[in-house]
Design a protein around this ligand. Structure first.
Ligand SMILES: Cc1ncc(COP(=O)(O)O)c(C=O)c1O
Length: 459
């Protein structure tokens, strides 16, 4: 911050109304209110020092520097924020070498597919790099509607809406639809974006046991009547555990208890179903069995952004009024939408990519089981977690693989429970048999090496 900006900030802080919380207006914008005269003045920290002692900031800074120090002292490469050049494919260029890559959810290899890249370039030439405004006020370009019609057709529902981010889609849609007095019944492994949505909404969130219809039923029996609107939220394919959402059973139970249903297809669209049309196709469900089908463009479709497909009135309302997904936010970049449309074209033209993806997943799963690695509750899907308890141990295995030419991310708390740290492997249709089998050998060796680490590292 420059000196004059500091002065200005000091003056503002000396005035009233700054830093006193405030309320949210109907348009989603925070309003500040003057401090009540009777309330004792709170000690204020000066500009630039507002957050240095914030517990989460301090903890994150300490954690990052401890991790960096461990890698620096051990001489091992730090797998976090690994500087990389080129696209995020099965082989990436990093550390001046080629690495076999398992850290990208580029399930069908579409993000660098020539047709996808060409479509994005053409849209850049035609529409520029940015939408430069929200759709409501800036005029529609046909790309958005074309993608939305394709998605609505795939889900066999009235309409769809594309957004700039999958995370914001969950947060904004739930934030818009639920409020105080309402409830979201969530699978206990539900993604953080759904949790954010419930916080945004100010509704209650009640979890049921992961993928457990009996648990959902008993939670609904016990609690449903205490709330006004209720939404059951589940995923098609769980991103940390590689489990398959029991979507059809859970949705049917939700309906018995007069609940709406939302399914997050972030990791199932493009992955499940014979033609990659997601968990609905996998289970043979009707579009109307679920109220809100949510997905991202940033995973199998090789682009970036989110979408929902639902009843046309619901979509119309959100397109015009939902903050963060349509209102008060810029439209998705035209190049990203063109890329996703081209990604859908490739999916339609080459369903064999989905077959290859599953052949690879089964091959890798069998190879890891043969080597007696702990795959948790995973079900042989293209998300394969290898449980390596202890944050340092998991990091050690990831760094050892990196030294030997394989990149797979280590995941620790809070993303997974303490003691269930893991390496997560995303399999794609483009991995070769040789890459998969040699990685299985290297991984088994690295996990064995990690067993010999001092016990303190298993914490
Ligand atoms: C289950 C799930 N939902 C939503 C999201 C957010 O999607 P995006 O990365 O497109 O913002 C993710 C991201 O990883 C996810 O795993």
């Amino acid at each position: 911050m420059t000196e004059s900006a500091r002065d200005l900030a000091r003056k503002l802080l000396a005035g009233n109304g700054i830093g006193n919380g405030g309320t949210t207006a109907g348009n989603g914008v925070k309003e500040t209110k003057p401090v009540a005269a009777s309330r004792p003045a709170r000690p204020r920290r000066g500009p630039g020092r507002q957050f240095t002692d914030h517990p989460d900031v301090a903890a994150a800074v300490m954690k990052q520097s401890a991790i960096a120090a461990v890698y620096e002292q051990s001489g091992m490469p730090n797998p976090l924020f690994l500087p990389r050049t080129g696209s995020n494919d099965t082989v990436i260029r990093a550390l001046d070498t080629d690495l076999v890559n398992f850290s990208a959810y580029n399930y069908l290899g579409l993000s660098s597919h020539p047709g996808v890249v060409r479509a994005a370039k053409e849209a850049l030439d035609q529409y520029g790099a940015s939408a430069s405004a929200s759709r409501i006020v800036s005029g529609e370009i046909p790309l958005y509607g074309r993608l939305e019609q394709r998605l609505a057709g795939i889900y066999d529902v009235g309409d769809a809406m594309v957004t700039t981010s999958g995370y914001l889609t969950n947060a904004g849609v739930i934030g818009f639809l639920l409020r105080e007095g309402d409830v979201a019944f969530c699978d206990s492994l539900i993604h953080g974006s759904v949790v954010s949505g419930t916080q945004w909404a100010g509704c209650r969130r009640i979890n049921f046991r992961h993928n457990d219809p009996d648990s959902l039923r008993s939670v609904l029996k016990m609690s449903r009547s205490g709330f006004d609107r209720a939404l059951v939220v589940v995923e098609g394919h769980y991103s940390m555990d590689g489990t398959v959402g029991r979507v059809a059973e859970l949705a049917a139970i939700a309906r018995e208890f007069d609940c709406a249903v939302m399914v997050d297809e972030a990791h199932s669209f493009g992955v499940f179903g014979p033609t990659g049309h997601g968990i609905r196709e996998h289970f043979g469900m009707a579009g109307a069995d679920v109220d809100i089908w949510m997905g991202t463009l940033s995973k199998a479709l090789g682009s970036v952004g989110g979408f929902i497909a639902a009843d046309s009135d619901l979509i119309g309302a959100m397109k015009s009024s939902a903050p963060g997904v349509a209102m008060l936010t810029g439209a998705p970049a035209p190049s990203g939408i063109a890329a996703a449309l081209a990604g859908l074209d490739v999916l339609e033209a080459e369903p064999e990519r989905v077959t290859r993806l599953w052949d690879n997943a089964r091959l890798f799963d069998a190879a890891l089981r043969e080597r007696e690695l702990n795959l948790g509750d995973s079900q042989g899907t293209p998300i394969l977690p290898v449980i390596v308890p202890g944050e340092l141990r998991a990091g050690f295995v990831s760094a050892t693989l990196l030294q030997r030419g394989v990149y797979a991310g280590a995941i620790s708390a809070p993303a997974v429970p303490v003691g269930k740290e893991r390496l997560r492997f995303f399999i794609t249709s483009e991995h070769t048999e040789q890459q998969l089998l040699s990685t299985a050998d290297l991984l088994a060796e690295a996990v064995t090496m990690s067993d010999q680490l001092p016990a303190a590292m298993a914490d």
